[in-house]
Design a protein around this ligand. Structure first.
Ligand code: KG4
Ligand code: ZN
Length: 341
């Protein structure tokens, strides 16, 4: 089965072709960072318009890069949700249009299931069962995964997602957009111990997260240090970025350790944009070694949004394709509502 995948849930247009026998044949990504940078965050309407402009040229490019004929594609997968409604509609319209013209099925994929299955694209893919730590701009959750579509959420963020906290704190520190990589870069120059941020919700049982307090803590820290982010010197900015990052990622590690203990799982899979954070990778590596647990990550480019994960998840679910030519998207959609396959 050869499936074309189209990802358009937020600000990246990702397209890929996955073949269940030959693996990933080609993938391409167009990032809208430059479009949104001047606004300091994603502007949904601009995102949708950019997806419309870029999707078809990317489809042409991956078909060419894969060296296959369009006629050999047996299904089209697109991100149905969760995400920005207009952006999702753009991808679903392109996917359904292509599928209709090629006479093949189209299947709507859950964006977070795509992230969760992204490590399956690697040589050393995890076996089921495992615990998944999904950390992106819109989600922070721990799930017990017994198979595709067999997900039990162990804990999730009650307010902001961890990626959102990175983005908002970067804005407070005037580090720009996108915030995650900007904080990580600044933190490299930070001196440990100058500032201490809390580890939210770690002093009570459970695996839920709360990240909105960290952003507020960053704001009050900046106000105490200089009154205004514009007045902060580069070293203080780096010190605060460092302290924020330590708190944000250590909290993820503490909760992941609890999830492993509670489930008895011996495999931990990390996916989503914040999974690209090197400090998180380092601390999770230390924790899993101490717990005798194997750790799995997708390659860095498949941590953030991409078409490959949608093509893979779509290939697994192509039998669930719906025949409707209506564009249906689900901006809000729980992983637990997915059917097992
Ligand atoms: O999975 P993703 O590409 O899109 C969503 O589904 O949301 O995740 C994007 C999030 C953003 O909040 C971004 O700031 C964060 O991932 N991110 C990072 C890093 N790279 C991306 N956060 C921390 N460190 C990074 N290196
Ligand atoms: Zn994502």
């Amino acid at each position: 089965m050869r499936v074309l995948g189209i990802e358009t849930s937020c600000d990246d247009t990702g397209v890929a072709i996955f073949d269940t026998r030959q693996g990933l044949l080609a993938h391409a990504l167009y990032s809208q960072i430059e479009t949104h940078r001047e606004y300091g965050g994603v502007v949904p309407e601009l995102a949708a318009r950019d997806h419309i402009r870029k999707a078809i040229p990317l489809v042409d490019a991956v078909i060419k890069a894969a060296g296959c004929a369009a006629e050999s594609i047996q299904g089209v997968a697109y991100t149905k949700g969760p995400g920005l409604a207009g952006a999702l509609l753009a991808g679903s319209a392109v996917a359904k249009g292509l599928a209709f013209s090629w006479g093949v099925p189209a299947v709507g994929v859950h964006h977070m299931e795509g992230h969760l299955l992204a490590p399956m694209l690697e040589q050393d893919a995890p076996q089921f069962p495992f615990v998944a730590l999904l950390v992106s701009g819109g989600h922070t959750l721990l799930a017990e995964v017994k198979g595709i579509g067999e997900y039990t959420i162990l804990g999730q963020s009650l307010d902001d997602a961890v990626g959102e906290a990175f983005d908002k704190t970067a804005k407070i520190l005037s580090l720009g957009y996108p915030g995650g990589p900007a904080i990580a870069k600044a933190a490299l120059q930070g001196r440990p111990g100058n500032y201490q941020f809390p580890r939210p919700m770690t002093n009570r049982p459970g695996m839920d997260f709360s990240y909105s307090g960290l952003k507020t803590f960053a704001l009050t820290t900046v106000q105490k240090a200089a009154g205004d982010a514009d007045q902060l010197d580069q070293q203080t900015t780096a010190d605060i970025a460092h302290a924020f990052q330590e708190a944000a990622v250590e909290t993820l590690v503490i909760k992941s350790k609890r999830a492993l203990k509670q489930t008895g799982a011996k495999r931990l899979v990390v996916a989503g944009g914040v999974g690209a954070n090197l400090r998180l990778r380092e601390l999770l590596t230390q924790m899993t070694v101490s717990q005798n647990t194997k750790l799995y990550f997708p390659r860095i480019e498949f941590c953030t949004d991409n078409g490959a994960m949608i093509a893979y998840a779509g290939a697994m679910r192509i039998h669930q394709a719906d025949q409707s030519t209506a564009f249906q998207v689900k901006p809000r959609w729980s992983l637990e509502d997915l059917a097992p396959i």
